[in-house]
Design a protein around this ligand. Structure first.
Ligand code: PLP
Length: 424
């Protein structure tokens, strides 16, 4: 049977109808080939090559086409893929209950969306409405999405450019300043502090748990809410189902997305306390989205939660080995690598220059490994091994890393020689 997705001019169309820069970037990484199929941590390209996928922007925690997730979606597709939203739906109800159960700690109210920014939007609206205050405190370099409300909390100048005057009031706190929340709440009007326990797009920077604990305590003492954005770091990617709950920050809301739909369907959630959710409990139409709580996504989400539970031990073990081997490899290239940071299955390698990071990214694809760049840190590449990574995929990934570092080092040495020559 012919492949219905076969298409000769993928990059021409992306160039003409989306963005020339995006087409060029894709083409460079794929060597002109495009993606056609995937399974587990492996992606197949149109030219027959396969790549190990440690990227996909944190969506594929369970790999591609995780069988129980695909089966659950297929079953739902064959029965009732969409919701009337006029009467209750058991798939949506069951998912909501199972998600809240895993959060515990009084986090028993749930709102469902599709993208991470959806969950951030509703959380920021709830915090402002519930507190009657306007200001949000976020963290330097923090990333929370690009819709207007979420963008106000996102620190990246490139994404805020040209819009500063329409963004809601958000103060970005220095990452290591434990007294920052106490100082800001004294200035008044603070509705909430929003944190990412591990800042993914900022270059994979785990926040200091004791600093966040102090921020959370100071926020609560001032009647402000604490929101933990775990859209990237939660769901056991960094060990805990919710880092904030496990670390004892007593969050009023935890946000999930990306891998929540099992790498099969888009799904996000804000899970919060009854107090935080009061405006929505009073009036559930106050913040809605047509496809929020879509039965196909909820079927995927329910199956995903179970697979995440099952693979938790394997993920911990994989994360420990991955960290050890990545640090050892990086230590062998001190002229390239400045720092390796991360936790669990979320790691960042920071290079001396953005050019080195770019070169490693392309060399890695050539050698068989896909990774994600960090949107707010051009010197860092991000490695997101799925929980289901096989031994063979892991070996292939490390072989590719070793080859890409050597190739970039040789190239960088040449570049430095040329610079010296030019200067002389
Ligand atoms: C921590 C965090 N919050 C929010 C978002 C926004 O999610 P989305 O791109 O699905 O809207 C992201 C996306 O990378 C994220 O990493």
């Amino acid at each position: 049977m012919s492949n219905p997705f076969a298409y000769n001019d993928v990059y021409g169309v992306i160039r003409r109808h989306v963005s020339p820069g995006l087409a060029l970037g894709y083409k460079l990484v794929g060597h002109g080939a495009y993606e056609v199929a995937a399974s587990g941590a492996t992606v197949r390209l149109s030219d027959g090559r396969t790549l190990v996928d440690f990227g996909s922007y944190a969506v594929t925690l369970l790999g591609h086409r995780c069988p129980p997730v695909v089966d659950a979606v297929a079953t739902q597709l064959a029965t009732m893929p969409t919701a009337t939203r006029a009467v209750g739906n058991p798939v949506v109800a069951a998912f909501v209950e199972e998600l809240a159960d895993r959060c515990g700690a009084g986090l028993d109210r749930v709102w469902l969306g599709s993208d991470g920014a959806d969950a951030v939007e509703v959380a920021l609206k709830l915090a402002r409405r519930g507190s009657g205050r306007r200001r949000i405190l976020a963290v330097e370099d923090g990333f929370h999405g690009k819709t207007l409300g979420a963008l106000a909390a996102t620190a990246a100048p490139a994404f805020r450019a040209g819009l500063e005057d329409v963004l809601a009031p958000v103060t970005h706190l220095p990452r290591d300043d434990a007294g920052a929340v106490a100082r800001e709440v004294r200035a008044g009007d603070v509705a909430a502090v929003i944190v990412e326990p591990v800042q993914g797009e900022a270059g994979v920077r785990p926040l200091d748990a004791s600093v966040v604990a102090r921020w959370a305590a100071d926020a609560h003492a001032a009647g402000a809410y604490v929101i933990s954005d775990e859209i990237q770091a939660g769901l056991r990617r960094c060990g805990s189902f919710s880092v904030a709950v496990d670390t004892g920050w007593a969050p009023d809301a935890v946000l999930f997305g990306k891998a929540l739909g099992g790498g099969v369907l888009p799904l996000s959630a804000a899970v919060g306390t009854a107090d935080f959710f009061a405006p929505l409990v009073d009036d559930p139409t106050w913040h809605t989205a047509t496809f929020g709580g879509h039965p196909l996504s909820c079927a995927a989400g329910r199956a995903s939660l179970r697979v995440i539970d099952e693979l938790a031990g394997r993920a911990d073990e994989l994360g420990t080995r991955f960290a050890r081997d990545l640090c050892a490899l990086a230590a062998a290239h001190p002229a390239l690598v400045c720092e390796v940071r991360g936790r669990g299955l979320l790691w960042g390698v920071e290079f001396a220059t953005p050019a080195m990071a770019g070169s490693v990214l392309v060399e890695l694809a050539d050698a068989g490994l896909l990774v994600s760049p960090c949107l707010s840190s051009r010197r860092t590449i991000r490695l997101l091994p799925p929980m289901v990574t096989t031994e063979a995929e892991l070996r292939r990934a490390f072989d590719a890393l070793a080859a890409a570092l050597v190739a970039t080092e040789e190239f960088a040495e040449g570049a430095c020689d040329a610079d010296v020559g030019d200067a002389a």
